[in-house]
Design a protein around this ligand. Sequence first.
Ligand SMILES: NC(=O)c1ccc[n+]([C@@H]2O[C@H](COP(=O)([O-])OP(=O)(O)OC[C@H]3O[C@@H](n4cnc5c(N)ncnc54)[C@H](OP(=O)(O)O)[C@@H]3O)[C@@H](O)[C@H]2O)c1
Length: 387
Amino acid sequence: MKRILVLGSTGSVGKQTLDVLSGLQETHQVVGLSAHTSVDALASQARDVSAEAVCLTGAEATNELRRDIQRLPPGCRLLEGADGLVELVESTQPDVVVCSITGAAGLRSSLAAASSGAVVALANKESLVLAGHLIKEACARSGSVLIPVDSEHSAIAQCLEGQDRNGLRRIILTASGGPFRGWDSAALASVTVEQALKHPSWEMGPRITVDSATLMNKGLEVIEACHLFDVSQDKVDVVVHPQSIVHSMVEYVDGALLAQLSPPDMRLPIRYALGYPARLSSPEGPADLNRLNGLTFESPDRETFRCLSLAERAAREGGLAGTILNAANEIAVEAFLAGRLPFQEIPDVVQDALDTFPSQLDPGLQSILETDAAVRTHSTSILQPSR
Ligand SMILES: NC(=O)c1ccc[n+]([C@@H]2O[C@H](COP(=O)([O-])OP(=O)(O)OC[C@H]3O[C@@H](n4cnc5c(N)ncnc54)[C@H](OP(=O)(O)O)[C@@H]3O)[C@@H](O)[C@H]2O)c1
């Protein structure tokens, strides 16, 4: 039995992970779960899998569940807060930790997972954007293996497997282009929250859905790819592929392009990470090749979707630039979702932060956390409450 810990189990990736795991009960046992404020969903998941321990990071939510502790299965421990997440990783002795918390809030638990010796199935790309070097150092010390859950990086990892890395010419990340592909700046000026939350091919949490609409998600993925595959930014290209069938490609020096294709469904990269290094069979039948015709590729519009260029700049600068970029973006997206910032001004907030805060190479965790907090305060202060 593999012992599985799912951090962020009430989110989009977390729920799909539990869905995959429900078909693997003979080989995989879910030992722990976490959520921020979704008390009902977490308690119900904990009963379904007979969890040994759960963690809630929201203080009010924890108090609510503590008052009604019998909602958890018998013997299930309730941990609390960011420290509780780390304790959950350290105390449940997992074989695989699925890191599917959203945003920089996932960093400390991802680091704990990387220090645990377990396989780290990493959906939380922000951990790498902020502290890729620390995550990789922790893995090297503990023997943890990092398996990306992002479909693009899962595809790339599969295309790199068993190949001569000296022969790598470039990595090509595919992007759906989001709901506003082909729009110009004037059209983007009137984008509503509802429009931005309607992704053409993926159903995801609100933050990453908006990031997909601005192309910031692809930019974060460029930084993620640089860390995961030890390449510089100039070796990572982005191509828009609206059908989301080719999940990314790798080009070798002899001109060979290797790609991984499948319908857009996160359960494939999740299953790959849960089974690694084995391939687990999927309940879906063979791919319908008729659905794979009409694949198209085009260049991204970096002038209109400036977040992509800003993230590429952060990837080149390295050090704290990823932390600065991500913190400002999280604040800007939160303000957009709350109706306090126009869609088109999200890149302005990010650029302001990158121009204001100096980067620093090889920052330690303390410096990353302090910069994350300082950028959040700064970016919040430049947003007018009346907007
Ligand atoms: N969704 C996808 O298809 C997809 C694909 C590739 C990569 N990813 C990456 O996977 C991660 C998760 O994305 P998602 O779409 O699944 O997000 P989501 O649906 O918003 O779920 C986020 C999860 O994290 C928890 N959470 C939120 N804020 C937290 C905090 N401050 N501290 C601790 N836990 C917190 C949430 O708990 P509550 O339910 O209590 O709020 C929930 O369980 C992101 O890094 C994203 O970029 C997602």
